[in-house]
Design a protein around this ligand. Structure first.
Ligand SMILES: [Cu+2]
Length: 145
C-alpha cells in the first residue's frame, strides 16, 4: 500500500512538471536599431504589446533581451510589432512612414540601403513599391537628395 502511495506522489510530481513545461518560456536576444532612451521605451513597450513578459533594450549595445511564452505569437510577432513602431529588427524592416515619424533624435542610421536600384548614389526612392518594379520603369522613383 505504501509503495502505491509513493508511486502516486511521484506521478503527481511528474504531471506537474509536464504542465509547467507546457507553458514554455523562452529568452532571446537580438539586435534592434535605435538611438536613445525614448527608443528604449518604445521598443520595450512594443515587445510587451506583442506578448513579451520581459523586455530590456540597451542603447549602448542595441541588443534587446526578451522573455516570452512560446505558446503566444512568438518571436516573429515581437519582431514584427517592434518594426511596425519604427525600429528595424532582424528580418523585419520598419515601414518608411513609421521610421519617418520617429523623433529626430531617434532616427538611427539605417543599415539597409533604401536606395532603389535605379536611383544612383545617395538618392532614396520615394516609396518602397518602386523597388519592386523591374529597374524602376518610370524613373521619377528617386528622391533628389
Ligand atoms: Cu530615440
Amino acid at each position: 500500500m505504501k509503495t502505491v502511495r509513493h508511486f502516486s506522489i511521484l506521478l503527481a510530481c511528474f504531471i506537474m512538471t509536464i504542465s509547467v513545461s507546457a507553458q514554455k518560456v523562452k529568452t532571446e536576444s537580438f539586435k534592434v536599431s535605435g538611438e536613445c532612451g525614448m527608443c528604449k521605451k518604445k521598443i520595450e513597450s512594443a515587445a510587451r504589446q506583442a506578448g513579451a513578459t520581459h523586455a530590456s533594450w540597451s542603447p549602448e549595445t542595441k541588443v534587446l533581451k526578451v522573455t516570452y511564452n512560446v505558446n503566444g505569437g512568438g518571436i516573429s510577432a515581437i519582431r514584427q510589432t517592434i518594426a511596425n513602431s519604427g525600429y528595424d529588427t532582424p528580418g523585419y524592416k520598419a515601414p518608411e512612414e513609421a521610421y519617418n515619424s520617429l523623433d529626430e533624435c531617434c532616427k538611427y542610421p539605417r543599415e539597409v540601403n533604401t536606395a532603389a536600384p535605379c536611383c544612383s548614389g545617395k538618392e532614396e526612392m520615394k516609396d518602397s513599391k518602386c523597388a519592386e518594379l523591374p529597374v524602376c520603369q518610370g524613373k521619377d522613383c528617386c528622391k533628389k537628395s
